[in-house]
Design a protein around this ligand. Sequence first.
Ligand code: NAD
Ligand code: UD1
Length: 340
Amino acid sequence: MKILVTGGAGYIGSHTCLELLNAGYEVVVLDNLYNSCEESLKRVEKLTGKKISFYEVDLLDVAGMEKLFEAEKPEAVIHFAGLKAVGESCKVPLKYFTNNLSGTINLLNVMEKYNVKKLVFSSSATVYGVQESPAYTEEMKTSSTAVSSPYGRTKLMIEDMLKDICAADPSWNVALLRYFNPIGAHESGEIGEDPQGIPNNLVPYVAKVAIGELDHINVFGDDYETPDGTCIRDYLHVVDLAIGHEKAIVKLNEEPGLVIYNLGTGKGYSVLDVIKSFEDACGKELPKVMAPRRAGDLPEYFSVPAKAEKELGWKAERGIKEMCEDTWRWQSKNPKGYRK
Ligand code: NAD
Ligand code: UD1
Protein backbone atom coordinates (compact mmCIF):
# COMPACT_ATOMS: atom_id res chain seq x y z
CA MET A 1 0.00 0.00 0.00
CA LYS A 2 1.31 3.45 -0.91
CA ILE A 3 1.03 6.20 1.73
CA LEU A 4 1.49 9.93 1.20
CA VAL A 5 3.06 11.52 4.29
CA THR A 6 2.69 15.31 4.35
CA GLY A 7 5.29 16.96 6.58
CA GLY A 8 7.22 13.70 6.38
CA ALA A 9 10.65 15.36 6.68
CA GLY A 10 9.74 16.77 10.13
CA TYR A 11 10.22 15.31 13.59
CA ILE A 12 7.24 12.96 13.92
CA GLY A 13 6.93 12.50 10.14
CA SER A 14 10.46 11.15 9.67
CA HIS A 15 10.01 8.61 12.49
CA THR A 16 6.67 7.56 10.98
CA CYS A 17 8.20 7.13 7.49
CA LEU A 18 10.76 4.78 9.04
CA GLU A 19 8.11 2.64 10.75
CA LEU A 20 5.95 2.54 7.60
CA LEU A 21 8.88 1.42 5.43
CA ASN A 22 9.84 -1.25 7.97
CA ALA A 23 6.24 -2.48 7.97
CA GLY A 24 6.34 -2.88 4.16
CA TYR A 25 4.46 0.24 2.98
CA GLU A 26 5.60 2.41 0.08
CA VAL A 27 6.15 6.00 1.18
CA VAL A 28 5.80 9.31 -0.68
CA VAL A 29 6.66 12.52 1.19
CA LEU A 30 5.35 16.03 0.53
CA ASP A 31 7.13 18.77 2.50
CA ASN A 32 8.06 22.39 1.81
CA LEU A 33 11.07 22.05 4.17
CA TYR A 34 9.95 25.15 6.11
CA ASN A 35 10.85 23.49 9.41
CA SER A 36 12.95 20.52 8.31
CA CYS A 37 15.54 19.37 5.79
CA GLU A 38 15.83 16.51 3.33
CA GLU A 39 18.70 14.99 5.31
CA SER A 40 16.16 13.41 7.71
CA LEU A 41 14.68 11.42 4.82
CA LYS A 42 18.13 10.41 3.54
CA ARG A 43 18.87 9.01 6.99
CA VAL A 44 15.55 7.13 7.06
CA GLU A 45 16.46 5.60 3.69
CA LYS A 46 19.86 4.58 5.06
CA LEU A 47 18.38 3.05 8.22
CA THR A 48 15.74 1.06 6.33
CA GLY A 49 17.57 0.35 3.06
CA LYS A 50 14.40 1.52 1.25
CA LYS A 51 13.57 4.49 -0.99
CA ILE A 52 11.23 7.41 -0.31
CA SER A 53 9.75 9.48 -3.17
CA PHE A 54 10.22 13.07 -2.03
CA TYR A 55 8.34 16.11 -3.40
CA GLU A 56 9.32 19.57 -2.21
CA VAL A 57 5.80 20.96 -2.50
CA ASP A 58 3.76 23.38 -0.36
CA LEU A 59 0.20 22.59 0.76
CA LEU A 60 -0.74 25.98 -0.68
CA ASP A 61 0.43 24.83 -4.16
CA VAL A 62 -2.60 22.93 -5.48
CA ALA A 63 -1.10 22.28 -8.93
CA GLY A 64 2.03 20.82 -7.32
CA MET A 65 -0.10 18.50 -5.16
CA GLU A 66 -2.17 17.41 -8.16
CA LYS A 67 1.01 16.50 -10.06
CA LEU A 68 2.10 14.38 -7.10
CA PHE A 69 -1.27 12.57 -6.93
CA GLU A 70 -1.19 11.96 -10.72
CA ALA A 71 2.32 10.56 -10.62
CA GLU A 72 2.22 8.56 -7.38
CA LYS A 73 -1.42 7.51 -6.92
CA PRO A 74 -1.27 7.28 -3.11
CA GLU A 75 -3.98 5.19 -1.43
CA ALA A 76 -4.01 6.97 1.94
CA VAL A 77 -2.59 10.14 3.49
CA ILE A 78 -0.98 10.81 6.87
CA HIS A 79 -1.17 14.57 7.35
CA PHE A 80 1.55 16.05 9.59
CA ALA A 81 2.34 19.21 7.60
CA GLY A 82 1.58 22.33 9.58
CA LEU A 83 3.01 25.04 11.80
CA LYS A 84 3.13 24.15 15.49
CA ALA A 85 4.67 26.92 17.62
CA VAL A 86 2.04 27.87 20.19
CA GLY A 87 3.61 31.23 21.14
CA GLU A 88 4.17 32.30 17.52
CA SER A 89 0.55 31.44 16.68
CA CYS A 90 -0.63 34.02 19.25
CA LYS A 91 1.51 36.70 17.57
CA VAL A 92 0.69 35.89 13.91
CA PRO A 93 -2.59 33.93 13.94
CA LEU A 94 -3.33 34.63 10.27
CA LYS A 95 -0.12 32.85 9.23
CA TYR A 96 -1.34 29.79 11.17
CA PHE A 97 -4.87 29.93 9.77
CA THR A 98 -3.52 30.28 6.21
CA ASN A 99 -0.95 27.51 6.43
CA ASN A 100 -2.81 25.00 8.58
CA LEU A 101 -6.42 25.60 7.53
CA SER A 102 -6.06 26.62 3.86
CA GLY A 103 -3.31 24.02 3.45
CA THR A 104 -5.54 21.26 4.83
CA ILE A 105 -8.55 22.34 2.76
CA ASN A 106 -6.38 22.23 -0.38
CA LEU A 107 -5.16 18.77 0.52
CA LEU A 108 -8.71 17.50 1.14
CA ASN A 109 -9.90 18.89 -2.20
CA VAL A 110 -7.07 17.19 -4.05
CA MET A 111 -7.74 13.93 -2.19
CA GLU A 112 -11.42 14.11 -3.15
CA LYS A 113 -10.54 14.85 -6.79
CA TYR A 114 -8.31 11.75 -6.97
CA ASN A 115 -10.72 9.68 -4.88
CA VAL A 116 -8.26 9.12 -2.03
CA LYS A 117 -10.46 9.10 1.05
CA LYS A 118 -8.35 7.66 3.86
CA LEU A 119 -6.70 10.20 6.13
CA VAL A 120 -4.81 10.12 9.41
CA PHE A 121 -4.68 13.59 10.98
CA SER A 122 -2.13 14.87 13.55
CA SER A 123 -4.26 16.40 16.23
CA SER A 124 -3.23 17.32 19.75
CA ALA A 125 -4.30 17.03 23.37
CA THR A 126 -4.54 20.81 23.17
CA VAL A 127 -8.08 20.40 21.69
CA TYR A 128 -9.34 19.31 25.13
CA GLY A 129 -8.53 22.72 26.61
CA VAL A 130 -9.57 22.92 30.26
CA GLN A 131 -11.55 19.94 31.60
CA GLU A 132 -12.85 19.01 35.03
CA SER A 133 -10.66 15.94 35.29
CA PRO A 134 -6.98 15.84 34.20
CA ALA A 135 -7.43 12.28 32.80
CA TYR A 136 -8.55 13.05 29.24
CA THR A 137 -10.82 10.65 27.36
CA GLU A 138 -11.89 10.90 23.72
CA GLU A 139 -15.53 11.41 24.74
CA MET A 140 -14.83 14.72 26.51
CA LYS A 141 -16.40 17.76 24.86
CA THR A 142 -14.07 20.05 22.92
CA SER A 143 -14.80 23.72 22.40
CA SER A 144 -12.81 26.46 20.75
CA THR A 145 -13.29 28.84 23.69
CA ALA A 146 -11.51 26.38 26.00
CA VAL A 147 -8.51 26.03 23.66
CA SER A 148 -5.66 28.34 24.63
CA SER A 149 -4.06 29.34 21.30
CA PRO A 150 -4.73 29.95 17.59
CA TYR A 151 -2.50 26.92 16.91
CA GLY A 152 -4.78 24.78 19.07
CA ARG A 153 -7.84 26.20 17.37
CA THR A 154 -6.50 25.18 13.93
CA LYS A 155 -6.39 21.59 15.23
CA LEU A 156 -9.93 21.80 16.57
CA MET A 157 -11.28 23.45 13.41
CA ILE A 158 -9.70 20.77 11.22
CA GLU A 159 -11.13 18.04 13.46
CA ASP A 160 -14.60 19.62 13.14
CA MET A 161 -14.23 19.98 9.36
CA LEU A 162 -13.28 16.32 9.03
CA LYS A 163 -16.26 15.26 11.17
CA ASP A 164 -18.61 17.18 8.83
CA ILE A 165 -16.99 15.69 5.71
CA CYS A 166 -17.32 12.14 7.07
CA ALA A 167 -20.94 12.74 8.11
CA ALA A 168 -21.81 13.96 4.61
CA ASP A 169 -19.90 11.30 2.67
CA PRO A 170 -19.50 7.85 4.30
CA SER A 171 -16.87 6.85 1.75
CA TRP A 172 -14.33 8.92 3.76
CA ASN A 173 -12.39 7.17 6.53
CA VAL A 174 -10.52 9.43 8.93
CA ALA A 175 -8.50 8.88 12.11
CA LEU A 176 -8.00 11.89 14.40
CA LEU A 177 -4.96 11.13 16.54
CA ARG A 178 -4.62 13.33 19.61
CA TYR A 179 -0.97 13.31 20.65
CA PHE A 180 0.07 14.09 24.19
CA ASN A 181 3.75 15.18 24.57
CA PRO A 182 6.00 13.39 22.05
CA ILE A 183 9.71 13.36 22.95
CA GLY A 184 12.68 11.05 22.31
CA ALA A 185 14.33 9.95 19.10
CA HIS A 186 15.04 6.80 17.12
CA GLU A 187 17.33 4.48 19.12
CA SER A 188 20.04 4.75 16.40
CA GLY A 189 20.53 8.43 17.26
CA GLU A 190 20.40 9.16 13.50
CA ILE A 191 17.03 10.95 13.43
CA GLY A 192 15.42 13.17 16.05
CA GLU A 193 13.90 16.57 16.79
CA ASP A 194 15.84 19.46 15.26
CA PRO A 195 14.32 22.75 16.46
CA GLN A 196 15.69 25.96 14.97
CA GLY A 197 16.62 28.74 17.40
CA ILE A 198 15.71 28.54 21.07
CA PRO A 199 13.34 25.62 21.69
CA ASN A 200 9.91 26.31 23.20
CA ASN A 201 9.30 22.82 24.51
CA LEU A 202 10.83 21.33 27.62
CA VAL A 203 12.86 18.35 26.40
CA PRO A 204 14.54 20.00 23.39
CA TYR A 205 15.47 22.88 25.74
CA VAL A 206 16.92 20.51 28.34
CA ALA A 207 18.89 18.72 25.60
CA LYS A 208 20.46 22.04 24.49
CA VAL A 209 21.46 22.80 28.08
CA ALA A 210 22.99 19.32 28.33
CA ILE A 211 25.24 19.90 25.26
CA GLY A 212 26.18 23.35 26.56
CA GLU A 213 24.43 25.40 23.90
CA LEU A 214 22.12 27.00 26.48
CA ASP A 215 23.06 28.09 30.00
CA HIS A 216 20.38 26.74 32.26
CA ILE A 217 16.86 25.33 32.32
CA ASN A 218 14.01 27.66 33.36
CA VAL A 219 11.41 25.69 35.31
CA PHE A 220 8.17 27.53 34.57
CA GLY A 221 6.43 27.54 37.95
CA ASP A 222 7.06 25.47 41.10
CA ASP A 223 3.94 26.56 42.97
CA TYR A 224 1.30 24.44 41.18
CA GLU A 225 -0.90 22.10 43.19
CA THR A 226 1.09 19.03 42.21
CA PRO A 227 3.34 16.85 44.41
CA ASP A 228 6.56 18.75 43.59
CA GLY A 229 4.88 22.01 42.52
CA THR A 230 5.78 21.68 38.80
CA CYS A 231 3.41 20.84 35.92
CA ILE A 232 2.58 17.27 35.00
CA ARG A 233 2.35 16.00 31.40
CA ASP A 234 2.00 12.69 29.58
CA TYR A 235 5.28 12.31 27.65
CA LEU A 236 5.42 9.58 25.02
CA HIS A 237 8.25 8.21 22.90
CA VAL A 238 8.15 9.39 19.29
CA VAL A 239 8.75 5.83 18.04
CA ASP A 240 5.66 4.60 19.90
CA LEU A 241 3.76 7.53 18.41
CA ALA A 242 5.02 6.65 14.91
CA ILE A 243 3.87 3.04 15.34
CA GLY A 244 0.43 4.39 16.33
CA HIS A 245 0.11 5.86 12.81
CA GLU A 246 0.79 2.52 11.18
CA LYS A 247 -1.91 0.95 13.39
CA ALA A 248 -4.29 3.76 12.39
CA ILE A 249 -3.77 2.93 8.69
CA VAL A 250 -4.66 -0.70 9.42
CA LYS A 251 -7.81 0.55 11.15
CA LEU A 252 -8.78 2.79 8.21
CA ASN A 253 -8.57 -0.21 5.91
CA GLU A 254 -11.49 -1.66 7.91
CA GLU A 255 -13.49 1.43 6.79
CA PRO A 256 -14.60 2.60 10.25
CA GLY A 257 -15.70 6.12 9.21
CA LEU A 258 -14.37 8.76 11.59
CA VAL A 259 -12.43 7.52 14.62
CA ILE A 260 -10.63 9.42 17.39
CA TYR A 261 -7.76 8.14 19.54
CA ASN A 262 -5.60 9.55 22.29
CA LEU A 263 -1.97 8.58 21.85
CA GLY A 264 -0.20 8.82 25.20
CA THR A 265 1.15 6.54 27.92
CA GLY A 266 -1.52 7.37 30.50
CA LYS A 267 1.22 8.31 32.99
CA GLY A 268 2.14 11.82 34.07
CA TYR A 269 5.61 13.13 34.89
CA SER A 270 6.46 16.50 36.40
CA VAL A 271 8.96 18.95 34.91
CA LEU A 272 11.42 18.03 37.68
CA ASP A 273 10.91 14.27 37.03
CA VAL A 274 11.83 14.82 33.36
CA ILE A 275 14.91 16.89 34.21
CA LYS A 276 16.07 14.23 36.71
CA SER A 277 15.61 11.50 34.13
CA PHE A 278 17.56 13.51 31.55
CA GLU A 279 20.36 14.09 34.10
CA ASP A 280 20.57 10.32 34.59
CA ALA A 281 20.73 9.82 30.81
CA CYS A 282 23.51 12.35 30.19
CA GLY A 283 25.37 11.58 33.40
CA LYS A 284 25.58 15.11 34.78
CA GLU A 285 23.59 17.55 36.85
CA LEU A 286 22.03 20.33 34.77
CA PRO A 287 21.79 23.96 35.92
CA LYS A 288 18.19 24.98 36.56
CA VAL A 289 16.42 28.10 37.76
CA MET A 290 12.90 28.37 39.17
CA ALA A 291 11.09 30.85 36.92
CA PRO A 292 7.57 32.32 36.89
CA ARG A 293 4.66 30.31 35.48
CA ARG A 294 4.24 30.38 31.68
CA ALA A 295 0.90 31.86 30.58
CA GLY A 296 -1.61 29.28 29.40
CA ASP A 297 -0.02 26.23 31.10
CA LEU A 298 -2.36 23.83 32.90
CA PRO A 299 -1.11 22.21 36.14
CA GLU A 300 -1.73 18.63 35.07
CA TYR A 301 -3.19 16.47 32.32
CA PHE A 302 -2.58 13.04 30.87
CA SER A 303 -4.28 10.63 28.50
CA VAL A 304 -6.57 7.73 29.11
CA PRO A 305 -5.14 5.58 26.30
CA ALA A 306 -7.47 2.57 26.72
CA LYS A 307 -9.42 3.16 23.51
CA ALA A 308 -6.33 3.00 21.29
CA GLU A 309 -5.26 -0.20 23.04
CA LYS A 310 -8.68 -1.82 22.60
CA GLU A 311 -9.41 -0.73 19.03
CA LEU A 312 -5.95 -0.31 17.45
CA GLY A 313 -3.99 -2.82 19.51
CA TRP A 314 -1.61 0.06 20.25
CA LYS A 315 0.11 0.69 23.56
CA ALA A 316 3.11 2.90 24.32
CA GLU A 317 5.94 0.52 25.22
CA ARG A 318 8.84 2.87 25.96
CA GLY A 319 9.26 4.62 29.32
CA ILE A 320 10.70 7.97 30.38
CA LYS A 321 14.21 6.47 30.76
CA GLU A 322 14.35 5.44 27.09
CA MET A 323 12.78 8.73 26.01
CA CYS A 324 15.59 10.69 27.68
CA GLU A 325 18.39 8.29 26.73
CA ASP A 326 17.35 8.30 23.06
CA THR A 327 17.03 12.11 23.01
CA TRP A 328 20.50 12.38 24.51
CA ARG A 329 21.99 9.91 21.98
CA TRP A 330 20.53 11.94 19.09
CA GLN A 331 21.58 15.30 20.58
CA SER A 332 25.12 14.24 21.48
CA LYS A 333 25.71 12.54 18.10
CA ASN A 334 24.25 15.55 16.25
CA PRO A 335 24.99 18.67 18.32
CA LYS A 336 23.87 20.87 15.42
CA GLY A 337 20.98 18.64 14.40
CA TYR A 338 20.90 17.80 10.69
CA ARG A 339 22.99 20.85 9.77
CA LYS A 340 26.72 20.28 9.36
P1 NAD B 1 7.64 19.50 12.41
O1 NAD B 1 7.64 20.99 12.26
O2 NAD B 1 8.92 18.83 12.70
O3 NAD B 1 7.00 18.84 11.09
C1 NAD B 1 6.04 19.49 10.31
C2 NAD B 1 6.52 19.44 8.87
O4 NAD B 1 5.53 20.08 8.03
C3 NAD B 1 7.84 20.18 8.65
O5 NAD B 1 8.74 19.33 7.97
C4 NAD B 1 7.44 21.39 7.79
O6 NAD B 1 8.48 21.75 6.90
C5 NAD B 1 6.20 20.87 7.07
N1 NAD B 1 5.26 21.91 6.64
C6 NAD B 1 4.72 22.91 7.37
N2 NAD B 1 3.89 23.64 6.62
C7 NAD B 1 3.89 23.08 5.38
C8 NAD B 1 3.23 23.39 4.15
N3 NAD B 1 2.43 24.45 4.04
N4 NAD B 1 3.46 22.62 3.09
C9 NAD B 1 4.28 21.55 3.16
N5 NAD B 1 4.94 21.22 4.29
C10 NAD B 1 4.75 21.99 5.38
O7 NAD B 1 6.54 19.15 13.52
P2 NAD B 1 6.25 17.76 14.26
O8 NAD B 1 6.60 17.93 15.68
O9 NAD B 1 6.81 16.64 13.49
O10 NAD B 1 4.65 17.76 14.19
C11 NAD B 1 3.95 17.13 13.14
C12 NAD B 1 2.46 17.38 13.31
O11 NAD B 1 2.04 16.91 14.59
C13 NAD B 1 2.07 18.86 13.26
O12 NAD B 1 0.86 18.99 12.58
C14 NAD B 1 1.92 19.22 14.73
O13 NAD B 1 1.02 20.29 14.91
C15 NAD B 1 1.34 17.92 15.28
N6 NAD B 1 1.61 17.78 16.72
C16 NAD B 1 2.88 17.85 17.18
C17 NAD B 1 3.13 17.74 18.54
C18 NAD B 1 4.54 17.83 19.08
O14 NAD B 1 4.70 17.94 20.28
N7 NAD B 1 5.58 17.77 18.25
C19 NAD B 1 2.07 17.55 19.44
C20 NAD B 1 0.76 17.46 18.91
C21 NAD B 1 0.55 17.57 17.56
C1 UD1 C 1 2.92 22.52 24.32
C2 UD1 C 1 1.68 23.22 23.83
C3 UD1 C 1 0.75 22.21 23.16
C4 UD1 C 1 1.48 21.46 22.07
C5 UD1 C 1 2.73 20.82 22.67
C6 UD1 C 1 3.56 20.12 21.65
C7 UD1 C 1 1.34 25.16 25.29
C8 UD1 C 1 0.49 25.77 26.35
N1 UD1 C 1 1.02 23.91 24.91
O1 UD1 C 1 2.54 21.59 25.33
O2 UD1 C 1 -0.35 22.89 22.61
O3 UD1 C 1 0.64 20.48 21.50
O4 UD1 C 1 3.54 21.84 23.29
O5 UD1 C 1 4.13 21.01 20.75
O6 UD1 C 1 2.29 25.76 24.82
N2 UD1 C 1 8.56 23.96 30.63
C9 UD1 C 1 9.53 24.49 31.47
N3 UD1 C 1 10.61 25.08 30.90
C10 UD1 C 1 10.79 25.18 29.54
C11 UD1 C 1 9.78 24.63 28.70
C12 UD1 C 1 8.69 24.05 29.28
O7 UD1 C 1 9.42 24.41 32.68
O8 UD1 C 1 11.80 25.75 29.09
C13 UD1 C 1 7.41 23.29 31.24
C14 UD1 C 1 6.08 23.88 30.83
O9 UD1 C 1 5.69 24.88 31.70
C15 UD1 C 1 5.17 22.64 30.89
C16 UD1 C 1 6.09 21.46 30.60
O10 UD1 C 1 7.42 21.94 30.79
O11 UD1 C 1 4.69 22.51 32.19
C17 UD1 C 1 5.95 20.93 29.18
O12 UD1 C 1 6.07 22.03 28.29
P1 UD1 C 1 6.13 21.85 26.70
O13 UD1 C 1 7.19 20.87 26.36
O14 UD1 C 1 6.22 23.21 26.10
O15 UD1 C 1 4.74 21.17 26.34
P2 UD1 C 1 3.23 21.61 26.71
O16 UD1 C 1 3.19 22.98 27.25
O17 UD1 C 1 2.64 20.52 27.53
